[in-house]
Design a binder for this molecule. Structure first.
Ligand SMILES: Cc1cc2nc3c(=O)[nH]c(=O)nc-3n(C[C@H](O)[C@H](O)[C@H](O)COP(=O)(O)O)c2cc1C
Length: 342
């Protein structure tokens, strides 16, 4: 059953589900599979070494789906930042209609993207950052709760609070990100005022995700307690899969007297993390995963996953609705509520 929300209407998609940008995972195979299933797939710009490589990847993705897909542009602080303007230009030249910005204020690219009428979906972990992004003119927000994979922010506010606060104060449509894997989650997000959900870890564990099967199996076997927060000491907290290397990193971080980032840097190397997805050794380096690993029990195709989530969401919404009783259906005696026997 197709959904009708501000997100589905604006993006021209059937299911209000976005596949969040994922470094070393967000290639055309996954993005096109999500879009073909009726959600919004996103290519991850910085997974491509150069803007020209991103252009090729966008073109490759177009051969794999006729449906809309977007690009994630992650603006992380770096000593030598990538050429964001050049990546944004390729996105514009290639006719992409929706961009997920994340990591930092969309300030450096938003003017350029909005001048071309591109829909900007900005992902952030605090209401304050969301409000700043609204001032800059973003179209949608993706509210990333503390449950999420990757950069969780420094305030540890979970989605129960963040989403309701977003509903109360933002005045711009938002989707819920972090901790979603099934249709009950989607129904809950819609009830809290979101117009869709964003999923990362769940999509890693699909047939089309271009990562080693062992890593997908590791996710299936994991519990919600199997993530680790690293780099808190440097206020750059990241939620990672709890493996040997992540545990070591946390140990060094906690025990170091000097607290120099260089001490922990070798453990959190992105290069080694990338290898994990290729060689299937879950302990080879650190890799990103959210607490939602505890809710993932299989490796479906994106098509099967989205159909299942749709069915579950509809069933959950109907079942919640069935809890409402009309005036005439009132039970003769109500204990605890209203007509108390006490
Ligand atoms: C392996 C992996 C890599 C990720 N890389 C990025 C990234 O490069 N940029 C970004 O904005 N978000 C990144 N994320 C976060 C996701 O886009 C999404 O916000 C997050 O996974 C939502 O939480 P969930 O995993 O509970 O669904 C990554 C997530 C995972 C699992």
């Amino acid at each position: 059953m197709p959904f009708n929300t501000e997100l589905t209407r604006a993006l021209g998609i059937a299911v209000p589900i976005v596949q969040g940008g994922m470094q070393w995972v967000g290639y055309a195979e996954l993005a096109s599979a999500v879009s073909n299933a009726g959600g919004l797939g996103l290519l991850t710009a910085l997974t491509q070494p150069t803007p020209e490589d991103l252009r090729k990847e966008i073109r490759r993705c177009r051969t794999m789906t006729k449906n809309p897909f977007g690009v994630n542009l992650t603006l992380l602080p770096a000593l030598v930042p990538p050429d964001y303007a050049a990546y944004a230009q390729v996105i514009i030249d290639e006719g992409i209609r929706v961009v997920e910005t994340a990591g930092n204020s969309p300030g450096p690219v938003i003017k350029k993207l909005k001048a071309e009428g591109i829909i900007v979906l900005h992902k952030c972990t605090t209401i304050r950052h969301a409000q700043s992004a609204v001032k800059l003119g973003v179209d949608f927000l993706s509210i990333d709760g503390f449950e999420c994979a990757g950069h969780v922010g420094e305030h540890d506010i979970t989605n129960f609070i963040l989403l309701s606060k977003a509903r109360q104060v933002l005045g711009v449509p938002f989707i819920a990100s972090g901790g979603f894997a099934d249709g009950n989650g989607l129904a809950a997000a819609l009830s809290l005022g979101a117009c869709g959900i964003n999923m990362g870890t769940r999509f890693m564990c699909t047939v089309e995700a271009p990562i080693h099967q062992n890593i997908k199996k590791a996710i299936v076997e994991a519990q919600e307690t199997d993530t680790e927060l690293v780099l808190r000491r440097w206020r750059n907290t990241s939620r990672l899969f709890k493996n040997k290397v992540a545990r070591e990193a946390v140990k060094v971080e906690r025990e170091s007297k000097e607290g120099k980032f260089e001490e922990v840097a070798p453990y959190v190397s992105g290069k080694r993390g990338r290898q994990v997805f290729l060689n299937g050794d879950k302990d080879f380096g650190v890799w990103t995963a959210g607490q939602v690993i505890g809710l993932i029990h299989d490796i479906p195709t994106c098509e099967d996953l989205l159909r299942r989530i749709e069915r579950e969401a509809v069933a959950a919404m109907k079942s919640t609705q069935s809890l409402l009783v009309g005036e005439d259906d009132k039970p003769a005696e109500v204990y605890g509520v209203g007509k108390s026997k006490l």
